[in-house]
Every structure is written in C-alpha cells, then in structure tokens.
Write a protein that binds this ligand. Sequence first.
Ligand code: N01
Length: 499
Amino acid sequence: MGGTWYWNRYPEARFDSESYTYGYLFSKELFDDWEWQEHFAGQPEIERYLNHVVDRFDLRRHIQTGARVTSAVWDESSATWTTRAADGTEVRSQYLIAATGVLSLPFFPNVPGRETFKGESYHTGLWPSTPVDFTGKRVAVIGTGSSGVQLIPAIADDVASLTVYQRTPNWCTPLNNRPITPEEQADLRANFESIRHTLNTSQGGFLHTPHDRTAFDDSKEQRWAFFEKMWNSPGFSKLSSNYTDMMTNVAANEEWCEFMAEKIRGIVKDPETAEKLIPDHRYAQKRPPFVTGYYETFNNPKVSIVELKKTPIVQVTETGIETTAGLQEFDMIVWATGFDFGTGTLLRMGIRGKGGLPLREYWADGPITYLGLQCRNFPNFFFPGGPHGAAGNNPRYGGDQVEFITNAIVYVRDHGHDTIEVREAAEAEWNDMVNTTAAMSPFSEISYFYGTNIPGKPVRFLLNPAGRPKLLEMMAEVVANDYRAMELSRSSERATSTA
Ligand code: N01
C-alpha cells in the first residue's frame, strides 16, 4: 500500500508539506485518530498511515497489488473498458480511473554500461523493502533533486566515502522539521473544520499565511531580516509566504538567491565546494527541495562533489563510474535521477479509446486534457493527479479532482446516462489556458515540469499554471451548468443512432 510512499523508501524520504495538510481530509474521525508525530513525517510513518486508512475503511478487500496494467481498451458497443494486467487479470468496467500519479515512473538516464555495474545499484524511486547497508561502502549518488538531497545527509556518516554526481545544484532551504507537541496536537483536533476550510480554499493547499508586501516595499535591511525569517520557516512557506512578487519580480528573486548563496557560503567550510553548490538559476525555476543538514554534509571529509557539467559521465563500468576526468570505483551507485513526470505512467499502460486510438498517439505532442483529469476520445476515463492538474500540495488538488469525478459519475448514473466525455470546445479552452498561462508559472524549461529531463519527450508545461482557484472555479462551473462541458449519452441512444 502507499504508491509513491511505498516505493520511495530511501533513508530520510519524508514529506515537505506539513503532515496534517497532506493527509486525507474527508473524515474528521480519521483526522482525529491519527496523531502525526512530526510536522513533516518520514516515509515509515506515512506508510503506516496509508495502511491505517486502508484498514480503517475496509479497503484492502478491493485492492489487488502486483498487477501491472498492460492494456486498457474502450469498447464502444458495450460502453465498457477492458483492462488487462501482466498477471493475467482481466476486468471489464464502466469506468477506468488511473490514479497512477505524476512521479511514479522512475527515470534512469541512458548512460552506457549502466547495467554492467557489478556492485549494488538502486534508484531512490524503486527502493527495496529489505534493509540497505551503507556501512563502510564507497557510495556514488547521481542526482541532486529533492530525493538526492534528502538521502545524502542521511547516509554520509555510515559510508566509507560518498561521491555526489551533481549536474545542476538546487536552491535547498531548511525543512525546519520538528515533533508535533501535545498542545499542537490538541489545537489540530480542535480546529479541524477551520484547517480543512483553509486547505480547501487556499491557493496552494497549505496553511501558510501569504505575505502582504512586495519585496521593495521594504528596505534592504528589512528584506534581509524577512529572508532570515523565511529561511527559518517550515517547508514550502519559502514559496507561499514569501514576498508577493518573489516569483514575478526578477530583482526580488535574485536578492533572495543572494541571501541563500550567503547562507551556503556560511555553512560550507571549503569555499570551492560552497561555490559548486550555489545554483545559477533563479529560485523556483526548478522545484525547490527542502533539506535537513544538506549543506553541512559537505563539511564531512568523506563527502565530495563531481560537477557533471565540467566532467560528464562517459560510462558506467563493472567497478565504477568513468567521467571525462577518469574512473572512480564504487561498491554502490544510487540513481536519484527523478521521474518521467505527469504522463510517464499513463502512456505505458496500453490505453486505447474510441476506434482503438492509443493515448500515446493522442498525446504524441504532449498531453491534451480537461481539468487535468479527462480527455476527448477516451470516454469514462479519468486520471486524477494527472498532467495539467498539479498546483501546489498534491493531495489537495488531487482530492478536488476525485470529488469532481465522483460527482460526475453519480450525475451520469442519476440522469440515466452511461458515458461521459469532454466536449471539444471545453477541452480546447482548458488546453489554451494551460499553454498561454504557462509563462506565468515560476518554473522554467529547465524544470522537469516541462518534461525536459526525459530525452525525446515533447517540451510542454505539465502543471496547471492558473493554480487551484481556477481549477475549482472551472469545476464548479461544469456542475452549475449541468455538465454541458461534457457529452453524456445512453447506450440505447447510441444503438439507435448507429442503426
Ligand atoms: O528528481 P528530480 P527527484 N546525469 O528530477 C539529475 C518529489 N519529491 O526524485 O537537475 C546526471 O528533481 C538531475 O539533474 P538536472 C518532488 O516533487 C518530493 O529528486 O536535470 N544527472 C537532478 O539533479 C520532486 O521535485 C520529496 O541537471 C542527472 C536529479 O537527477 C520530485 O519528487 C522528496 C541525469 C533528478 O532530480 C522529483 O525529485 C523527493 C543524468 N543523465 C522527491 N538525469 C519530498 O520531500 C537526471 N539527473 C516530499
């Protein structure tokens, strides 16, 4: 159980959204009976929580694990999907809902010789459930995104040596995690309804209070005092509570970066190493990670960095990694090289819609969606948490989509229909919105949010750039207009029109 939170079980994998803002909100009883131990829970606690949810609502009997879907095909005459899994399972259903996630297909770069390595080899996103022992080993970590920078400090004390292969440094700021005190537990319980209200109506699905000033409303001294406050604030508040123009005003963003660069220089004792760790892009052009003791790790003499932009990897050999600077031998290589975001999994399940149209073909130039949860030519198929949906704290917008889908299915049933498919005009309107407002997002094409980390993938913005309020507004509009954005039909009508 747990999906992403099952597979990403590398040391120190943990939330960077507050635990109580990330968990389910549909049941006050569930909220009450699960006491998160930390503001940012670690993977073991998250996995326990998800198992608890499954048992509390008696869901286990509905779930079949280990069933890798190999095809899902729409049959127009019976208005059903037939889904097949590699274990031979075949299911016919009226609806197909792929809750397969945006970050669920681990990506291994196509480095020559990768599979010839004779030591231990892991991907952070496919971490084994049996213990991995780092003690006394020469370990290489490739990748310094959110996964790499969580793992690196966690293993540095145990290893004989740790070599970090860094292509692009990231702006890492402290997560500022701590245990939830008994008083805070009591407050959480007492304020469930107002917490839920804030989470359900806020821009990014966080409890953080937005700031009320732009950067240059303040003097430089006030700004740096505020940046210090941001540095010491929890997780994503560096984005959601920062100056209101932080993501739109280049000068403001650059000064925040200057502040963070000074922090890095203050923590990392070796000046050359510090410079290697300072990014040259603006804050949030790539999704920023949140860390505990990351920069401090580079003061450990066992830890070193290889800058891949200066000395790229030539090949992996049986014994190690060869860059243009030579071969270094290892006992273990950890690939923290990310995921095929947004569309990766959906395009690998053999999904075929009307007339046998493969989803791969319909999305050959990038995803085309409506509300990031449905697309034309694929009736009765929904993908909550898919491309074009994401805006902030994942479970919150994913929850919005799940509620929308549930209501849509009930509407279809209650009005005597059996299929639902988005109309061309509605789909076009949503896609135009995504493509024309993508530039409003702070994320740039150097981010995997554009798919640029995957060779050959179309470069398209894969999030919902207008944010959650727009998603909620458009969903409410669909309901208020009696689902006019959708084509609803009955099989009896289809049979008549075909005849
Ligand atoms: O993946 P990434 P991730 N040679 O794509 C490098 C969520 N998450 O697993 O930046 C060498 O961010 C790549 O380099 P570059 C979160 O949403 C959340 O770390 O492309 N290096 C980069 O450094 C996060 O954003 C948490 O130049 C190569 C790294 O690999 C998302 O998952 C924790 C390479 C990949 O970074 C993905 O994070 C962890 C190559 N050929 C993850 N190819 C929480 O805290 C890629 N890289 C909740």
